[in-house]
Design a protein around this ligand. Sequence first.
Ligand SMILES: NC(=O)C1=CN([C@@H]2O[C@H](COP(=O)(O)OP(=O)(O)OC[C@H]3O[C@@H](n4cnc5c(N)ncnc54)[C@H](OP(=O)(O)O)[C@@H]3O)[C@@H](O)[C@H]2O)C=CC1
Ligand SMILES: O=C(O)[C@@H]1CCC=N1
Length: 264
Amino acid sequence: MIAILGTGKMGEALLSGLVRAGLRPDEIVATARRPERAEALRERYGVRVAGNAEAAKLAETLILAVKPQDMGALLAEIAPHVPADRLVISVAAGITTAFVETRLGDGVAVVRVMSNTPVLVDEAMSVISAGAHASEEHLRRTEALLSPVGKVLRIPEAQQDAATALSGSGPAYFFYLVEAMVDAGILLGMPRAAALDMVTQSIVGAAIMLRDSGEHPVILREAVTSPGGTTIAAIAELERHKVRAAFLDAIEAACERSRRLASG
Ligand SMILES: NC(=O)C1=CN([C@@H]2O[C@H](COP(=O)(O)OP(=O)(O)OC[C@H]3O[C@@H](n4cnc5c(N)ncnc54)[C@H](OP(=O)(O)O)[C@@H]3O)[C@@H](O)[C@H]2O)C=CC1
Ligand SMILES: O=C(O)[C@@H]1CCC=N1
């Protein structure tokens, strides 16, 4: 039995992925703070819903998916009900494995995960790190849960905040970029729906080329950039507006925020 504690956006994305991957709904128990939310999850997926303490007792694997600010309260609530042989997977930004271990005690195995919302389309990027008591087997169990919904990479825990800033938040940067490009299309008099189609297909095509060609992004960009042409006119403006520097600063800020999240 797998429990998802705090089934909001990320918890539900993971839950739907587990169901798509073939887990039976009766092998999953979900918890939520509001009864109407729990009821909606039960109706949508046929999973069992329960309180946190009951779910912690029932499941061998617990996925903690509350916001970082709510993690202390959740751990205090479940600590008396988590036997030492459980695997506890935390997907919260900024929450260290030590934070969870200290509150659950007794050598419980903790794996820290940073995934992202493309889990909804089985294209997640999930990075995982073992806590002090998590073994190779615990990492394998975590990989088995996450690999049906995307790519999984093991990283040292010291890199988790950087990964949160890059791939955890990453999809938001691309959506933001799409919004901006569609607005540019509107500025040029393009209908919104057509502009969105053009930008979406361009980003999908570019992403697949990046993933499947094995080429460096610089090579792929240079192939689009004709001497004296349109692309270099646009790139010159992006450079003039320091867009590259803005990305460096933005992702550094996200990493710094991740580091501070556990303290509220
Ligand atoms: N969204 C994303 O792209 C990503 C999020 N994450 C991480 O996932 C976690 C959740 O984020 P997200 O899904 O966006 O946030 P949400 O607010 O959508 O989900 C958190 C859920 O937990 C519920 N909750 C809070 N406290 C409790 C409790 N004590 N018992 C049961 N349920 C509780 C909340 O209930 P209520 O609705 O009543 O507040 C809410 O539904 C965060 O830690 C975040 O860092 C990681 C990667 C990507
Ligand atoms: O914005 C956040 O804090 C969460 C973590 C990574 C993506 N969303």
